[in-house]
Write a protein that binds this ligand. Structure first.
Ligand code: HSE
Length: 323
């Protein structure tokens, strides 16, 4: 379904003027949060930033600074560029020549939503570039981002911020955003090694025992209450039987450290598909104790990141004077 042309705009007129430029900021995310596989996600105050400018020459040129510099493609095959192209196609507007300058802080391949952030950066940049030409509303943005990511649990919090519940139906993805209790203090441990989401997903069985499904239904429901209202329930609420154990062989140190953190009372889970660890501490002091535990027990290097919850999600604003 194409996006609606802006009022007073005929389909044949659709073109973005040369010189139009937008700046985008997108948070990292942690998905699953233990029991909420492919459903729950949390936006974290760790950001990728991007400037996109329409240029006269056709084609796409990408400049990357920070994470991914010298590693990610700098042509049309770049994930951000492909996401912009996807949104323009959906809007029925010809893709102009583009200059992209990215400044990235979200680690790649660590379970912190870097691919979701890249996709959301492109989709939201397209929304900004198409201002006054075609409208892309929140549901459409989520649908476009989920097309490319395959599941909505990272792209929903990257788009909307806070804690998101995302679900799929016959009409596509939907989401509900919730505001996290101010006592919740996320702590992430980022290892020096990566994990492939495709590999992690391949380790899961096609079906699970009914009692395990019931177990996760109860913990997911409890987790929403714990994150919004009752952080003291976070340890029980972050239990999971649907994905983490099946993936443990692919990230043994993640699994071991999570077991040790949980045995000491810290609500630790695999962040997304891993290998980072998310600890949903219920007060800032707990973060220091968890950091000490990991420093004492880790065999490889793990970087602790004390991150706030991002409540805003992706932002975009125009940085040019074109009409
Ligand atoms: N829900 C996803 C998974 C998040 O765990 O596979 C990573 O993209």
């Amino acid at each position: 379904m194409a996006a609606a042309p802006a009022p007073g705009t005929a389909a044949g007129d659709l073109a973005v003027p040369v010189g139009r430029s937008v700046r985008v900021k997108v948070p990292g995310t942690s998905a699953n949060l233990g029991p909420g596989f492919d459903t729950l996600g949390l936006a974290l105050a760790l950001y990728d930033e991007l400037t996109v400018t329409v240029r006269a020459q056709p084609g796409v040129h990408v400049e990357v600074h920070g994470v991914g510099e010298g590693e990610v493609p700098t042509d049309e095959s770049n994930l951000v560029a492909r996401s912009i192209a996807h949104a323009f196609k959906a809007a029925g507007v010809a893709l102009p020549g583009l200059e992209l300058v990215a400044s990235n802080a979200i680690p790649h391949g660590r379970g912190l939503g870097s691919s979701g952030a890249a996709i959301v950066a492109g989709i939201v940049a397209a929304k900004g570039l198409l201002e006054g030409i075609a409208e892309l509303g929140p549901d459409r943005l989520l649908a476009l981002a989920t097309d490319l990511e395959g599941h909505p649990d990272n792209v929903a919090p990257a788009l909307f911020g806070g804690l998101t519940i995302a679900w799929m139906s016959d009409t596509g993805p939907s989401h509900k955003k919730l505001i996290v209790h101010r006592g919740v203090s996320p702590l992430v441990f980022v290892p020096d090694h990566v994990m492939s989401t495709a590999l992690a997903r391949s380790l899961q069985p096609q079906s699970v025992p009914h009692e395990d499904a019931v177990f996760n239904v109860s913990r997911s429901a409890l987790l929403v209450a714990a994150l919004v209202q009752s952080p003291e329930l976070l340890l029980a609420a972050t239990e999971d039987k649907l994905h983490q154990n099946y993936r443990a062989t692919a990230m043994p140190e993640t699994h071991r450290l999570i077991s040790e953190l949980r045995a000491s009372g810290f609500p630790a889970v695999v962040s997304g598909a891993g290998p980072s660890i998310l600890v949903l501490c219920s007060d800032p002091a707990q973060r220091l104790a968890a950091t000490q535990l990991v420093a004492d027990h880790a065999e490889t290097s793990w970087q602790p990141l004390m991150l706030a919850v991002d409540f805003l999600g992706a932002t975009v604003h125009r940085v040019d004077g074109t009409p």
